[in-house]
Design a protein around this ligand. Structure first.
Ligand SMILES: [Zn+2]
Ligand SMILES: [Zn+2]
Length: 68
């Protein structure tokens, strides 16, 4: 497993700051393969795409049904 923010191995050091940052911003690296991810920021949050592992999305709660 790799750190999504700095790309280093998670067990190679402390990543407390990284973990805190990742609550606010999308990861830059895939935690599985360390590839650089393609990040798209959307009004709802963000989507990060790894060419090998697919999409990763922010864990914001899904919007409710449209108010009508
Ligand atoms: Zn890190
Ligand atoms: Zn990957």
């Amino acid at each position: 497993m790799y750190c999504g923010r700095c790309g280093e191995a998670l067990d190679a050091g402390a990543h407390e700051r990284c973990a805190a940052a990742l609550r606010l911003e999308p990861p830059r690296f895939c935690s599985a393969c360390r590839r650089r991810m393609k990040v798209q920021v959307t009004p709802m949050g963000w989507t990060a795409t790894c060419v090998a592992h697919g999409d990763l999305r922010s864990r914001l709660e899904a919007p409710g049904p449209p108010a009508g």
